[in-house]
Design a binder for this molecule. Structure first.
Ligand SMILES: NC(=O)c1ccc[n+]([C@@H]2O[C@H](COP(=O)([O-])OP(=O)(O)OC[C@H]3O[C@@H](n4cnc5c(N)ncnc54)[C@H](OP(=O)(O)O)[C@@H]3O)[C@@H](O)[C@H]2O)c1
Length: 273
């Protein structure tokens, strides 16, 4: 386990930090090895009480004490947080940033030479341990740093490594993807109501169907087209539904959603530089 015996913490103790710390505890990391710092005292009290982690008021103390620091503040605050702590990072540490749109190069400008940086784009389902995260390595990150980050993000879901120039595409697909899936689920529930089902029943069946279909793709490694073919009998109900989806342009609409979100991510990261 690449995290065994290491001190790990989050600079910024918001929703994502809470999800990551919870995932690490569930993965067997002792709460005594986990840290968090935040400007809000009530968040620190809550996280100390809820998770049993060390909660520090000082970002500097956090950075000085840890092997792995996860930068988990909003993108707009990253420059301030790094102006305060950047000079304290040492090359034997790993700095992992989850701030959307902030590049490894931007972060490295605040650090001494040789400090390894990993950038990660997680998504909101990390809160339930079902996240989809992509990570990329900065200039000085080694296999050790990539393995550390992979271990952290597989504790809260699934994780893959991509080149940094694909991080906007990841933001458009899995970063923003939960929103598309929520819209689809709401529409499926409306559809269920339209054909006579009570709303709670329609929503439960829709959500469980999405979960089941996703698990079939992930756990069988079958192509989704083949799985679709397996459930569409000649002249049957599923193919009648699929025809309506094709007529409504669902595929192109989803492709356009991902493309537009990717372009928006590019524009926003350019604005943060
Ligand atoms: N939530 C998601 O689904 C998601 C998905 C992908 C990526 N991310 C990324 O994850 C990062 C954290 O997101 P989040 O949703 O967890 O945000 P959040 O809930 O706002 O958490 C950030 C926390 O850091 C505190 N903070 C602000 N400035 C600070 C400073 N200088 N030093 C220490 N703490 C400070 C904030 O306090 P105040 O509230 O008082 O400012 C807040 O408690 C963001 O960069 C976001 O882009 C989030």
């Amino acid at each position: 386990m690449p995290l065994k015996g290491l001190k790990i913490g989050c600079l910024g103790g918001g929703a994502m930090a809470q999800a990551l710390l919870t995932g690490l505890i569930n993965a067997g990391i002792p709460a005594g090895d986990l840290y968090v710092s935040d400007t809000r005292r009530e968040r620190l009290t809550f996280l100390r009480k809820e998770l049993g982690v060390h909660a520090l008021e000082s970002n500097k103390e956090l950075v000085e004490s840890l092997d792995i620091v996860i930068l988990a503040v909003k993108p707009q605050v990253v420059a301030d947080a790094l102006a305060e702590t950047g000079a304290l990072f040492r090359p034997e540490q790993t700095l992992i940033s989850i701030a959307a749109g902030i590049t490894t190069g931007f972060i490295e400008n605040f650090l001494s030479r040789g400090v390894p940086v990993i950038r990660v784009m997680p998504n909101t389902a990390c809160l339930l341990g079902a996240g989809a995260s992509a990570l990329c390595a900065g200039t000085h990150a080694t296999l050790r740093d990539r393995e550390r980050a992979m271990a952290i993000f597989t504790a809260v879901g699934r994780a893959v490594e991509v080149p940094e120039n694909l991080m906007d595409a990841v933001t458009g697909l899995s970063g923003s993807g939960p929103a598309y899936m929520f819209v689809i689920l709401e529409a499926m529930a409306d559809a269920g109501v339209r054909v006579g089902l009570p709303r709670d029943v329609a929503l439960l069946l829709s959500a469980q169907t999405m979960l089941g279909a996703a698990r079939m793709v992930l756990e069988t490694s079958e192509h989704p087209g083949r799985l679709k073919n397996m459930v569409t009998t000649p002249g049957g109900t599923a193919i009648a539904g699929v025809y309506a989806l094709e007529e409504g342009g669902l595929r192109v609409t989803l492709m356009r959603a991902v493309e537009d979100a990717t372009s928006r991510s590019r524009e926003m990261s350019a604005g943060l530089k």
